[in-house]
Structure formats: C-alpha cells, structure tokens
Design a protein around this ligand. Structure first.
Ligand code: V47
Ligand code: SF4
Length: 382
C-alpha cells in the first residue's frame, strides 16, 4: 500500500478531525518534530486510521516501499538469572537452576557450527545473567565464533548483562566494551530497556541496570563508532506518558550519537509470569503503538515488528502502520516469547514465507545484513 500526499491532504481536509489533531498532522507532513505533549495527545485522542496515515507518510519518506529482513539465528546461553523481573516468563532463579539451562562455550560453539553452510549473516546472543558467564566466558566465546566463522556478525548482550559482567570484573563500561569489541562483538541488540520511568522500572524490573546505565552503555558504544538497537516493553502497567518519556530519552540520545538503527516495540505477553493478572493490550493498540513510534522517533531509521513476539499476522499488518523491518528467519532457538504466550510457539519462517508476507501487503522485500546493507532486493519475479 503506497500512501502519498493525497492521503495527507485528505487528513487535513477531513472535518471529523479536531484542529488540535490536524495541527499535529501538519507538522508531521512538513517534516517537523512533534513535542512530548503532542505525542501524548496522539496516544490519547488519535484513532488508528489517522495514526496510520501519518506513520505511513514518515515511513515512506524514510524507507520508501522497502520491508527489510535478515537471515539470523538466536543463541540463549542461559535462562538462569540473578534477577527476577516480574514480566519474565523464561528465567529461572539461581536457586531453581536445575529447571533451566546453562550452556558452556563448547555447547554454544556446537550450536554455531550447526549453521555451517547455511546463509545466515547474524547470530543474536542474549539471555539470563549468571556469575559464571563472565567477561572471560564471553570474550572466549566471541573469539572462538570469529575464528570459526569470521564473517558472522555477532549481535550480543544488553546493558543488563554488561553492567553485571563489568562490575564483577571491576572494569569501567568503556574498558569492558573495548574488551568485548576486541574479542569480536559487532553490535548490540535492543533488549533490557523495558520502560525507562524509574517507578515503573523498579516495579517490573527492579535491581537490574537503571535507565541511565542502559542509555550510558549505548552512548559509549556509539561513541566508539558502533551501532545498536533499542526496545520498549509496552502494554503492562505503564501510561502513555511513560511510553513517550521512554521514546523521548531515546530520541535525545540519538540526536547526539546517531548510533541506533532500529526501534523495536515489544508487546508485554502475560503467560507464566508474575504479571499474569495484567491483561495484554489489543492488536489495535499494538498498531497504534507502532505508528506512534514511527511518528515520534523521527531520527530512528527503522521500526522493527519482531514477528516471533507479535505473531506473523499482526507483524504483517504493522507494515502499513510504520514498521519497515520484520527481523529475521529465526528458528525455534528463541524461547523468550514462546514461553511468555506468543502466538508463535515454534517461531520459524522460511525466506519464501517472509517474502510472501511482505508482497501480500504490496511492499518490496529486501534482505539486509545487520547494519542494513542490502543483500538482495526482491521484485515481482522472485
Ligand atoms: O529485554 C521478556 C523482553 C527482551 C517478555 O535488537 C518480554 O534486534 C514481552 O530485546 N513479554 C529481549 N517481552 C528481546 C529483545 C530483542 C528481540 C528481537 C530483536 C532485538 C534486536 C531485540 O524481551 C527483554 C524484554 O524486554 N521480554 N519477557 C514478556 N513476557
Ligand atoms: Fe533476567 Fe532478563 Fe528475565 Fe529480567 S528479563 S529476569 S534480566 S532474563
């Protein structure tokens, strides 16, 4: 679906929209940044069709008709964790570690070698936090991956893991990140951000790295010339103001560093965790949230709809509400979402299925590498 300035004009001419909403729309169509209060107003007062038109306008200006995906796989070194985030369905406390898994470097290398000969470009490594998976563990792992397969991009670990590992090793963030980079780390995934508001963060993810620490680690990583992603866990006990506050802090950091590639809204899933009493938000709210992210984060190149978490149907719909990336052709190595109640119990999509999903909404599929270099553009024939 290609929207053009005609759709923009139809919003401005539509008498059923308030002058307040039309004034915000006009700013978006002129390429002007919207304010915190305007973001909150959109969350509170704008309906899905209105937000979709604005988000499409922005996404098509930034990414044309392209929808990106990559060929990647996930490794979760452990699901045992020293923390106990209330929303987490997947971790097991150290005292119940026999119920979980803790892989050795050799075991992880066996997983990596299992992809030999397959056209994957990225391994995404993240999981729980345990004392023995420390700086020495990860530097050995990264070195061995690079020795085995130098061109495999290592996207690994979040500030939650870094903060714990570096504190234990008594190194600064700068020193620790340099050691990880020298060992082979290429980029950082967006996890662990949850929601930056302190009161909500303390309630759902108390004890792990603070918002300031999360942002500081990404800032240092960017200043070293590297790239990363950012996430937001939404649809639990946060308010619309908290969501805009989260995106505002990311927008400010991005103004300074330009190091973020993609923003990934992560829908709170409520199965088998301490927050199972909190209902999940609707698909309409998911789509409104993708659209708001696209409109608010005017300096983020990409908005990713992580299909393994949101389900392939909503992911496909999101392509008309601001999202331009579906992540990858991952297989059942990721457990975070299947254990939290995602529609995708064994997340696996072939390249052809992803391509068909994207073509099904009239967009152009593009296989990318982690840093959004184009590997292959698909047309009507392929
Ligand atoms: O930080 C955990 C989330 C994240 C639940 O950078 C949950 O390309 C919803 O960050 N409901 C890890 N979310 C995954 C992640 C990610 C995923 C895909 C791509 C990228 C990328 C990053 O998963 C955690 C947490 O926010 N999470 N439990 C749950 N019950
Ligand atoms: Fe541990 Fe991450 Fe789960 Fe929190 S979300 S309990 S840090 S694995």
């Amino acid at each position: 679906m290609i929207l053009n300035s005609h759709s923009a004009q139809s919003i401005l001419a539509n008498s059923s929209y308030s002058t307040e909403l039309k004034a915000i729309a006009e700013k978006v169509f002129k390429g002007e940044r919207i304010t915190f209060d305007e973001g909150v107003t959109l969350y509170k007062k704008a309906e899905l069709g209105f937000l979709g038109t604005l988000a499409n306008f922005v996404r098509e200006k930034k990414n044309g008709n392209y929808v990106y995906f990559n060929h990647n796989f996930h490794v979760e070194p452990t699901n045992v964790c020293v923390y106990s985030c209330a929303f987490c369905s997947y971790s097991r406390l150290i005292k119940h570690r026999e119920q979980g898994w803790e892989l050795s470097v050799d075991q992880i290398m066996d997983i990596i070698k299992g992809y030999d000969g397959q056209a994957v470009t990225e391994v995404h490594i993240t999981g729980g936090v345990v004392p023995k998976q420390d700086l020495a563990f990860y530097t050995e792992l990264f070195r061995r991956i690079k020795a085995h397969r130098p061109d495999l991009h290592i996207k690994a670990l979040t500030p939650v893991e870094f903060h714990y590992i570096f504190k234990k090793a008594k190194v600064s963030y700068e020193e620790g990140l340099k050691i990880m980079q020298d060992a082979g780390l290429n980029s950082l995934p967006g996890g662990g951000a949850e929601i930056f508001d302190k009161e909500i963060r303390d309630k759902i993810a108390g004890g792990k790295c603070t918002s300031e620490e999360w942002l500081s680690i990404h800032k240092i990583w960017h200043k070293m010339g590297n790239q990363s992603n950012a996430t937001m866990l939404y649809g639990h006990i946060e308010t619309f103001e908290h969501r805009i506050d989260h995106m505002e802090r990311l927008r400010q950091l991005q103004d300074r560093t330009q190091g973020f590639n993609a923003f990934i809204p992560l829908k709170f899933r409520n199965k088998e965790n301490e927050m199972s009493n909190v209902p999940e938000v609707s698909v309409v709210e998911d789509l409104r949230n993708y659209a708001l992210a696209r409109i608010y984060l005017d300096n983020f190149p990409h908005i990713k709809a992580y299909w393994a978490m949101i389900g392939r149907n909503t992911a496909q719909l999101s392509l008309n509400f601001g999202a331009d990336d579906l992540d990858g052709t991952i297989d059942d190595t990721t457990k975070i979402y299947s254990m939290a109640g995602s529609e995708e119990q064994n997340p696996k999509l072939s390249t052809q299925q992803l391509v068909d999903m994207i073509k099904g909404v009239g967009r152009t599929p593009v296989q990318r590498d982690t840093l959004y270099n184009i590997v292959k553009e698909y047309n009507e024939q392929n």
